[in-house]
Ligand binder design. Structure first.
Ligand SMILES: [Zn+2]
Length: 329
């Protein structure tokens, strides 16, 4: 007899977007005044899809620009030239919060559709389905700096990584204050081995040690060389991809130890394929991971990179997640 598990779902980030043109008289007027926010409707559209598929921890869908540019556009010290981020001086915090407004748009829309959405929803209430939350997402220090070219000021990437971590801490705190239930730090570059993992760890922990809500660290790719270290990071949840990278299950089996009180976010939907995942395959992925980590509370989500999928496919993939959540494993 399987034991009782509370399964909740989340979404890693980027979701397919539609771009919107001003339609109503009011929208056309604000457009002429340069005040029309074409992204607002994209965010609301993502949120509709998340709520329709009963996602417990949603986000704003990351509809604005790419994950690097959204931060390097606003954090001081960077300049974007021909879509490449350059470091031109000392990196210091952005003058204003970068994604607080989008979190608020997402929250207000979600709350209208489902009254369970709550600001700063505690994770234990989300697990028991008494609350739902919106998380804030930031691109991690290692990924931001390794996606940029240093033109001036820094001799090595290391100090730039620590400075951007400090700037991102201000953003994380602002998101916490605005009502985020968790902060997700996206660090796809960690698995590439481009940076000394001790540096990446210290940078992530500059952020995680300065906020009071759960921290999710998302790292994708092949984790063979890094998972042992990642399990030592001071974060609450490691969100990893297993559907598109089944070898990560083997790696987890090798590295996991029951002393870890971390939660593992189980990426169990393949986002590289436009075919809708078979429930049996998804269930097996979740089961394989839960057999290793042995927890009563489980977080499942699609692997990252849904942006490139057609909207209907992304929506159908979320339906599969919901089915697994409802029917259990
Ligand atoms: Zn990823």
């Amino acid at each position: 007899m399987a034991k009782k598990m509370n399964i909740i779902s989340t979404i890693v980030g980027s979701f397919p977007t539609k771009s919107y043109k001003p339609q109503s008289f009011n929208e056309r007027l604000t457009y002429r005044l340069g005040l029309f926010d074409s992204y607002r409707q994209s965010i609301e559209h993502c949120v509709e899809s998340f709520v329709r598929n009963d996602v417990n921890i949603i986000c704003d869908g990351q509809v604005r620009e790419d994950m690097v540019k959204i931060f390097t556009d606003k954090i001081n010290g960077f300049r974007n030239i021909d879509n490449t981020s350059h470091i031109k001086g000392k990196i210091t915090p952005a003058a204003h919060p970068i994604s607080v407004k989008d979190l608020q748009i997402a929250f207000r829309k979600a709350k209208k559709l489902d009254s369970k959405f709550k600001l700063n929803a505690p994770l234990n209430e989300i697990y028991t389905n008494d609350a739902k939350g919106v998380k804030g997402i930031i691109t991690g220090p290692t990924t931001l700096i390794h996606s940029s070219i240093i033109d001036r000021f820094y001799n090595t990437k290391v100090n730039a990584i620590y400075d951007v971590a400090k700037a991102l801490t201000i953003e994380a705190r602002a998101l916490e204050k605005a009502g985020a239930c968790a902060i997700q730090i996206d660090e796809p570059f960690i698995s590439t081995g481009a940076e000394d993992i001790c540096v990446s760890k210290k940078a992530v922990e500059i952020i995680s040690s300065n906020i009071n809500i759960p921290v999710i660290l998302h790292v994708c790719g092949d984790l063979t060389d890094v998972l042992g270290d990642l399990l030592e990071f001071n974060v609450d949840i490691l969100d990893l991809e297993f559907a598109g990278m089944p070898d990560n299950i083997k790696t987890l089996k090798n590295e996991w130890d029951d002393v870890y009180d971390k939660q593992i976010g189980i990426g169990c939907i393949n986002t590289r394929s436009e075919d809708v995942d078979s429930e049996d395959v998804v269930r097996k992925t979740v089961k394989d991971v839960t057999n290793i980590i042995d927890k009563d509370e489980i977080i499942i989500d699609p692997d990252c990179g849904m942006r490139t999928l057609p909207l209907e496919v992304a929506d159908k993939k979320l339906k599969v997640i919901n089915k697994i959540k409802e029917e259990g494993i």
